[in-house]
Every structure is written in C-alpha cells, then in structure tokens.
Design a protein around this ligand. Structure first.
Ligand code: TAP
Length: 494
C-alpha cells in the first residue's frame, strides 16, 4: 500500500482482478494542500456493466451464497484482521483524500473493523424458523436466503466507514456486490477490494467501479441485474436514484441527508453538553449526515451556555489532516466551501448574528486548502434557510426555546429525520422528548455515538431502510416460506 508523497494510482476491481490504470483518469488533489494524491479510473457504462455481470455470475453460479456461515465468517474475520494490519495506512489515505484529521480517520478504521467482526458473527448465526404448531401434518419453514446482487453507492464524507456499514453485512448474508465510491475519495474502497482478495473472497463477489455518479452510479440504479441498491448520499441524488431504479423491483435502502437538532435543557450536565454540542457540529468539519447542526437551548440558560460554547470553540485547532493536533480539517473541495459560505451569508440576510467564524481561513499555513472557520450563528429563526437546509459544514445555528413542547416542535420542523440529541439529567424529560422526536436515532446525554449492534437510518426525507445491527443484516436477506404437508391429506377438490 502506497502512502506519503507517492501518488496512488488505481484501476477498476472487476471479477477478482484490478485493471491497470487507464488513460481516462480522475485526479484527486488533497483538499488541504492541493497536492495530487491519487488517480482513479473514470469508469464507463461498459465497465459498470462488466462489474454487474461478474457479481451476477458469482451469485447465480458461484460458491459464495452456498458456503457455510462458518466459512463466510472465517473469511470476514480474515478481512477484519487485514484491515487491522493496514489500519494506519488506510487512515492516512482517508485523511489525505477527504481532508479529515488523521486522528478521526483512525476512528473510522477502528469502527470499520468492529463492523466487519460483528458481521462475521451474524454470518454464523443466520437462521430461519420452523413452525410446528400449524395443525397435524403441516410444517412451515421460514428460511433466510441471500438477497442477491447488491449495488452500493457511497458519498465522500466517510468513504471507508459507510462502505463497511454495507459490505460485510451483504457478504455475511451470502450476497455479491458492486460498489461505486464517490469520485473524489475512492482510495480506501479500492484498498478494501485488494484486501478482500487477500482474505479469500472469491472472484466476482466484490467489484468496484470508480467514476462519475451520473455514469457509473446511474447504471447501477438502472440495472435490472441488481436486486438490492444500498445508497448513502444526498436527498436530491437519492430521489433521482429512486426514479431510475424502477426498471425492476429492486429493493432500495436510502441513507440520505440530515439536519439534526441538539436540545439542551437547564437540568443537563452543562459541561458535558458544551462538549457534546461542539463535537456534534464540528466533528468531521460538519461534513456529517448526523451533524448536530441546530442547537436548541432553553432560554433560561442560553446566554451563559452559549458563552461557554463559543469560548471552547475558539480553542479548537483547525489544521492539516496529517497534523496530530488538528481537531478540524479541510472541506472536501472548493465548490463545497462556496456552498457553506453562501449558507452563512443567507443565514445573516435572514437575521442571524455571527458569534464566531463565518469565513474561509486563509492564514499562510492554511491558504492552499479549503479550510472554513468553526462558525456559530445566533438568533436563527425556524424560517431561516440556515435552520432548515443541510449546510454540511462547520456551522452551528442557535435557537432558544421556552417549553418542552416548543423544543420538540422546533426539532421536528425540518424535512429531515436522521438523528437528534437530548441533553437532560431528568429521565422524564429526556425520554418524553426522545420518544417524540421524528428521527431514526436519538442520542441522550451523548452524541454521534454507536456500536455495530445498533441500527442507523432515517425517516422523512432522510430516507428509509436501516444499516447495521440485526435489522441492517436482514436487509440483505430474502425471506422464503416453505410449507409442507405430510401424511394422508384431504383432496383439494371433492
Ligand atoms: P451525493 O452527491 O448524493 O453523492 C453520493 C454518491 O452518489 C456519490 O458516489 C455520487 O457520485 C453518486 N451519484 C451522484 N449522482 C448520481 C446518479 N445520478 N446516480 C447514481 N449515483 C449518483 O452526496 P455527497 O455530496 O457525496 O455526500 C453528502 C451527502 O450524503 C449529504 O447529503 C449527507 O447527509 C449524505 N450522507 C448521508 C448519510 C446517511 S447514513 N444517511 C451518511 C453520510 C452522508 P459522484 O462521485 O459522481 O459524486
């Protein structure tokens, strides 16, 4: 695995082979320094078709769906061990290509290993039910079968982690797959493809085609040879995919955008809540679907609480991804930086007051990258686009509330429903609010937390379907009912 100053060049990974890099390549420059770090093939529709065909053949005529759970589990555990062996290099690639701090990228790799090990355990325990109480001579088997060929389309903010919320689970169930990573951050997906070969995953079971979403991704959505399409990305692209995927009755799992609220009540552990608010919004530069981008704080503590949040935010280090001291890295590319800046300006035009940041950072050491200052906007009304729309950057909006009902209403007043956070030491308040929030996940007295056993996913325009946990695994299986009559039975017609 090449890292540091070498430019990594990748081919496509189809049917167990990596093609040599071609002439039509996508160049990835580090968003922090501008240096060329990686080159991936700009895949074509023909490449995507070949990858789907390889996965289809591996599923229809190959051994993978028929291996014992123990064999699949062993291979997945080997993949986890190889990922652990290469953890530091994978983290560096992730940090270089996304701009996120290396320290956080290490966490993504560790979580990916945990997910792979958990999926390996699920491969062992996959089973069905037998119904023996249906009456004399009538037995029902409800079996779980692998769902087929899975298309996986992933975004640029957590390229490795979001792949590993899908891939090990699909493989554990006996499915085969074609992945299309984001065009600008394809490195770790291709590295995982190499590791699957080393781990003993048979040819054709996992394929990767890099390139444009409108070409490769669109083909996966349209292909009638794909049975399940698992997409993580924006709500607008997700809606395009839902339309394009109608050619066959493929199952869709849609992990889309978010606009999470963090609600702080006066009875919270306020020191922990300050820490949680900052981590919730500035983790991964705010380029996080579950980012706690909206602070809803009780009016009785708002001024004091905000002053603590602002003073702690000033201490956060924005810096180079490979610098061990960086808390916040670079945004993904210039266009995205412009989008974030625009939202800040729109927020101001709608009456928001900038308490901190609000601009690009252009000190001599950061000038070559897309660094944005941690930003806090106060006096943000629910009508403000900065409150309603996903900014996907290090921007916290602040809105005050008076009653619990008001807090719930504000939190639920956006089109998204991915996650929300509640800070309160009162079990009554915490659970009442937690139950009333419209989102797939609610954190209470913690934030952006998780475990492989716990499913994640959204409601409303944040999508449908769940990843991780037993529920996430089940999405890659098909239920079959086998009904058996034994002994003498009455004829159907007299
Ligand atoms: P998108 O622009 O939606 O891109 C996601 C993926 O879809 C990329 O691989 C992209 O390819 C591909 N794509 C683009 N157009 C396509 C098309 N017509 N057909 C098929 N695929 C297509 O998202 P992004 O900007 O990379 O990521 C940020 C978004 O992802 C945010 O909205 C964020 O909330 C969401 N997200 C959600 C979650 C969960 S768990 N719900 C997690 C992380 C991120 P290209 O390489 O060409 O762009």
């Amino acid at each position: 695995m090449q890292v540091d100053n070498a430019v990594r060049s990748y081919g496509l990974h189809i049917n167990g082979h990596e093609s040599p890099p071609g002439t039509n390549m996508v160049d990835r420059h580090s968003p922090a320094t501008g240096r060329l770090v990686a080159r991936y093939v700009a895949g074509t529709v023909e490449d995507a078709r070949a990858a789907v065909e390889a996965a289809r053949t591996a599923f229809d005529t190959g051994t993978w769906p028929h291996l014992s759970g123990q064999d699949r589990s062993r291979i997945l555990n080997r993949l986890a061990a190889l990922t652990r062996r290469d953890a530091e290099q994978l983290a560096r690639i992730e940090a270089e290509e996304t701009g996120k701090p290396l320290r956080l990228a290490r966490g993504d790799v560790a979580a990916s290993i945990g997910l792979t090990e958990y999926a390996a355990a699920l491969a062992l325990t996959m089973h069905g039910d037998v119904h023996t109480n249906l009456g004399p001579g009538f037995t029902g088997l409800v079996t779980r079968e692998p769902a087929g060929v899975v298309g996986m389309i992933t975004p640029w903010n957590f390229p490795l982690l979001l792949l590993m919320q899908k891939l090990p689970f699909a493989l554990a169930a006996g499915c085969t797959a074609v992945a299309k990573p984001a065009e600008v951050t394809s490195g770790t997906t291709l590295e995982i493809a190499r590791l699957t070969v080393e781990a003993g995953v048979p040819a054709g079971v996992f394929n990767v085609v890099t390139g444009r979403g409108s070409v490769v991704g669109q083909h996966l959505a349209e292909s009638e040879h794909i049975d399940v399409l698992s997409f993580t990305g924006s709500t607008s692209v997700g809606q395009r995919i839902i339309q394009a995927s109608g050619v066959n009755s493929k199952r869709l799992s849609m992990e889309l955008g978010g606009k999470a609220a963090t609600i702080v009540f006066p009875d919270a552990d306020l020191t922990a809540a300050v820490d949680g608010v900052l981590f919730g919004v500035f983790f991964n530069q705010g380029e996080c679907c579950v980012s706690g981008a909206r602070l809803l704080v009780h009016q009785d503590i708002a001024d004091e609480f905000l002053s603590a949040v602002v003073s702690r935010a000033r201490e956060l280090a924005v810096g180079h991804p490979l610098d061990e001291d960086s808390d916040i890295g670079a945004l993904i590319h210039a266009e995205h930086l412009e989008t974030v800046l625009n939202y800040v300006n729109i927020g101001r035009q709608h009456g928001a007051r900038v308490l901190l940041g609000g601009a690009r950072l252009d000190s001599p050491e950061l000038r070559d990258g897309f660094f944005f200052a941690p930003t806090i906007l106060d006096e943000v009304t629910p009508q403000n686009p900065a409150f309603q729309e996903e900014i996907f950057g290090p921007v916290l909006t602040v809105t005050r509330f008076g009653t619990t009902e008001e807090a719930i209403g504000l939190a639920n007043s956006v089109e998204y429903g991915l996650a929300n956070t509640v800070w309160s030491k009162n079990i009554d308040t915490a659970l009442t609010v937690g139950r009333a929030l419209h989102s797939g996940t609610v954190w209470i007295n913690t934030t952006i937390d998780g475990a492989p056993q716990l499913p994640g996913g959204g409601v409303k325009n944040s999508g449908y379907g769940r990843e991780m946990g037993q529920v996430g695994f089940d999405e890659f299986t098909e239920v079959k009912t086998i009904q058996i009559r034994t002994g003498q039975r009455e004829p159907f017609f007299r």
